[in-house]
Every structure is written in structure tokens, then in C-alpha cells.
Design a protein around this ligand. Structure first.
Ligand code: PEP
Length: 251
């Protein structure tokens, strides 16, 4: 059984003081056992996040990392720095990193290898842009991303760690959501691809999230699909009440 993972990606939002306020409000709200909830904050809030959530079941994540352990890489954060803070997950290859910061698959592959070797769980993001969908090459795009980003990594290394987030770029932060059938169809395609690349048992153990304008009003419909095991949520995760509704969605 795959436990759904609902993760809030705060992007470049929330000061440390705002993080404390968010978590303070969250404490008084109910948290369902049916899902694993996770908050993915900017680096500057990770220490606070981890300290204030350590006695809860809510997981924590970072939005990015570099693949080296230390050295002359000004402005970067290493996997062991994240591990030292007690962080569980790290997003690798979010479309904003791929497009704005020009991160390519070769770099992302190195980052995934480094995350796994430090026992961090990578949330690997993949997804097509609007032009690629209009040209009906979205499956090819996603397949190329996943094959390149996981190149040379064994099933044993990925087991119980890898999470994949399918995030069509045209649906991120735009208010446009992929239909739940389109999202299911791509998540199923990804699971079949994992079966080709690895064993069937492994492919069925991997959690595949959908991301792109998920909100309290559409989360239940998206989560009702067989191959969708969670959501990666940007905008709607910034408000405590909305986040609480997402992680307590009604089946
Ligand atoms: C995201 O940040 O990964 C995301 C899906 O954003 P939004 O929910 O705002 O579309």
C-alpha cells in the first residue's frame, strides 16, 4: 500500500517568523493519518521547521541542493547540511530550477545520486511545457527526463526513497489544472516506464505525485485516481487552513 504524500512547496515565500506563525496555527488543526504531510520550505526556515515539527508526523523537505559535500560553491547547500538538520525530502529538478536556473538532466542525475547517498528522499519533478503538450510529445519528454535523471541508479538505491512528481509546466501557478484523467494517464505512463526500467514490484512501490494548481477544491478528485499517490502543492500550501484542508481531504 502506498501512503499518499501531500507536500507543500513554499517556493521563495515565508520568512522565519511567518514559518513559526504557520506552524503555530497548524498545531490547533487536525492532521489525518491517511496521508503523509510534508512541508518544503526555503533553506532559511528549515531549522525552525525541523525543530517545531520534530514531535509530529509531518515530514520536512528542502527545495534544492548541490551534489558536492563541501567546498568552493558559493551560494549552494550540500546534502549533508540538509541531513544534519534532520530533513527528510529534497525536491530535485523542479521546473522552475530547470527553466529559470537552467539545470539540466546531467546535473539532476548527480544531485539524485548525492541525495540518495546521504539518505535523503528525492522528489524528482518532471513534466512537459504547453508547446510539448500541444505537439503531443509529453510522454516522450517525461520519459527522457526520468531515464536521464535516474541514469545508472539501481532499484536498491532508490527503494523506499524515490518519489516522482509529475508537474505539467503549463499547470504550475497558473490556476489551470490537468484534468484528473490526463494526470492519471501520465502517472500510469510513468509507472509503466519504471516497470521497464526496474522491477514491477519496485514500480508499484514508488509514490507518484501530481502537481499543478492543486487546491482544497480539486484535491479529492485528483487523489481518487489509481496511480496518483499524492500532490506537490505550491500556492495553496502557503495558508495554514488551506494546507490543513489538503492533507485532510475527504476520500
Ligand atoms: C509547485 O510549486 O510545484 C506547484 C505545483 O505550484 P502550484 O500548486 O502553485 O501550481
Amino acid at each position: 500500500m502506498r501512503k499518499p504524500l501531500i507536500a507543500g512547496n513554499w517556493k521563495m515565500n515565508m520568512t522565519d517568523a511567518e514559518t513559526k506563525k504557520f506552524l503555530d496555527n497548524l498545531k490547533s488543526l487536525e492532521i489525518s493519518d491517511n496521508v503523509e504531510a510534508c512541508i518544503i520550505s526555503p533553506f532559511t526556515s528549515l531549522k525552525t521547521l525541523n525543530e517545531l515539527l520534530k514531535d509530529t508526523d509531518i515530514s520536512t523537505g528542502a527545495q534544492n541542493m548541490y551534489y558536492e559535500d563541501s567546498g568552493a560553491f558559493t551560494g549552494e547547500i550540500s546534502p549533508n547540511m540538509l541531513k544534519d538538520l534532520g530533513i527528510d525530502y529534497v525536491i530535485i529538478g523542479h521546473s522552475e530550477r530547470r527553466t529559470i536556473f537552467k539545470e539540466d538532466d546531467e546535473l539532476l542525475n548527480k544531485k539524485i545520486i548525492a541525495a540518495l547517498s546521504h539518505n535523503l528522499k528525492p522528489i524528482l519533478c518532471c513534466g512537459e511545457n504547453l508547446e510539448q503538450r500541444e505537439n503531443k510529445i509529453q510522454e516522450k519528454v517525461v520519459e527522457n527526463q526520468i531515464r536521464s535523471d535516474l541514469k545508472g541508479i539501481t532499484e536498491k538505491e532508490l527503494y523506499s526513497k524515490l518519489v516522482i512528481a509529475y508537474e505539467p509546466i503549463w499547470a504550475i501557478g497558473t490556476g489551470k489544472t490537468a484534468s484528473s484523467d490526463d494526470a492519471q494517464s501520465m502517472c500510469k505512463f510513468i509507472r509503466n516506464l519504471l516497470t521497464e526500467m526496474y522491477s514491477e514490484e519496485f514500480a508499484h512501490s514508488v509514490r507518484i505525485q501530481y502537481g499543478g494548481s492543486v487546491k482544497p477544491e480539486n484535491v479529492a478528485e485528483i487523489m481518487s485516481k489509481d496511480d496518483i499517490d499524492g500532490a506537490l502543492v505550491g500556492g495553496a500550501s502557503l495558508d495554514t487552513e488551506s494546507f490543513s484542508k489538503l492533507i485532510n481531504y475527504e476520500k
